[in-house]
Design a binder for this molecule. Structure first.
Ligand SMILES: C[S@@+](CC[C@H](N)C(=O)[O-])C[C@H]1O[C@@H](n2cnc3c(N)ncnc32)[C@H](O)[C@@H]1O
Length: 308
């Protein structure tokens, strides 16, 4: 059975347990249900609605969480559309976002996310989406591809790799598999650079393509915009991000809400994994958790109701 070790789960659960009466939780990135299961276990009487755009993840998580019966409800969709999909079930006492990919997606070569296992160059989290990494790599202009590799992957050789891809296309052979793309990157990157690189030489390009194909940053912006409207007064919005561009979006969004008087930032600095977690799960190394508390209603906030 594929495992996904939930990141910063103890920290998330302790934020939730600190809220007396917390009951209704919307997990916007259900994945394999690690967060959902931990919450159902730790908070008696809690109810979890789980959203994911990946049908396979949803099926797997639903099977794993079946023992919780009616306390868990799965929904398929993009969190950018959460107000439309789940508006009728709100408001929620907490909304959770654990961004990026799950192990289910990474570990199956056929999903095309992995640079370690050969498979079709796909990378769609939502299998119904019409646009895959293969489409992007075989139709994007050299400039567009270089920009994606640089912006989303901070790949120093973005231009050379984009040029290599376009040359391959001109030779008549597109790129259809993850293995072909990895081989091309290895051909393009100078050998001494590859030797000095920490990590796999294709890691940055794969990350960049995944972010672009799934339109992850615009989805995050829309998901956050819709979040306060789904959250009950005094409720929490918690986001775990893994990329500096994501974290910046979350940080400025929470700051804006605070400046508009719509609540309080509970994490002055982002919470990061403990030494123990890093040791146990290397994949958690880039994780950052930020939490926002939506403004309480007048009475709860200690307002005597006599103000303006
Ligand atoms: C890091 S995993 C979540 C893991 C989960 N917290 C657990 O403990 O098992 C991220 C999940 O979010 C989903 N996802 C990413 N972006 C999404 C979006 N815009 N809308 C819905 N689901 C999304 C992915 O398909 C993936 O299953």
């Amino acid at each position: 059975m594929i495992e996904h070790v939930p990141v910063l789960i103890n920290e998330i659960v302790s934020f939730l347990k600190d809220r007396p009466g917390l009951k209704r939780v919307l997990d916007c990135t259900l994945g394999l249900g690690g967060y959902a299961g931990a919450i159902l276990e730790a908070i008696p009487g809690s109810l979890v609605w789980g959203l994911d755009q990946d049908g396979e993840a949803l099926r797997e998580a639903s099977a794993r969480l079946a023992r919780w019966g009616e306390r868990f409800q799965p929904f398929k969709g993009n969190f950018a559309d959460a107000p439309r999909i789940l508006g009728d079930y709100g408001p929620f006492d907490a909304l959770l976002f654990d961004l990026g990919v799950s192990n289910l997606q990474i570990s199956e070569g056929r999903r095309g996310f992995s640079f370690q296992t050969d498979g079709p160059l796909d990378m769609r989290m939502n299998a119904d989406s019409p646009f895959s990494a293969k489409d992007l790599v075989n139709s994007g202009s050299e400039r567009e591809l270089a920009d994606i590799f640089w912006k989303f992957g901070e790949e120093r050789f973005s231009r050379q790799i984009a040029r290599g891809i376009v040359r391959r296309r001109q030779e008549g052979d597109g790129i259809s598999t993850t293995g072909e793309l990895v081989a091309l990157i290895r051909e393009v990157l100078p050998a001494p650079v590859q030797r000095k690189m920490g990590g796999h030489p294709a890691r940055r390009v794969f990350q960049a393509l995944r972010i672009a194909v799934n339109e992850e940053l615009p989805a995050l912006e829309r998901g956050l915009e819709g979040a306060p409207g789904l959250t009950a007064p005094g409720g929490l919005i918690a986001v775990v991000s893994y990329h500096s561009l994501e974290d910046r979006i979350v940080k400025y969004f929470f700051r804006r809400l605070k400046d508009e008087g719509r609540g309080t930032i509970l994490t002055r600095r982002p919470v990061i994994p403990s030494e123990e977690e890093l040791e146990a799960n290397y994949k958690s190394r880039s994780a950052k958790l930020r939490v926002f508390e939506v403004k309480r209603s007048g009475k709860e906030a200690g307002d005597d109701g006599k103000g303006e």
